[in-house]
Design a protein. Sequence first.
Length: 76
Amino acid sequence: MNALLADERSEALFASDVQRSQEPTPELIREAVTATVGRLGATGCAELVAQEFGEHPDCAINRMRWARNAIRRAFA
């Protein structure tokens, strides 16, 4: 997976309603990415990520770390 695609998928998962505590399956993660990009678009996902990093950087860092790791596993 190229880095740009991984970044966009990570932003989409970050912007989704899926929570780490749900212990989502790879299938659920892929579905959430597709649905979130369909709803917000890639730009909308990036905007939401930027907003969260601006307002809640301490929480956003952990969520993005989780999202990046989850995307690597779900799209391996």
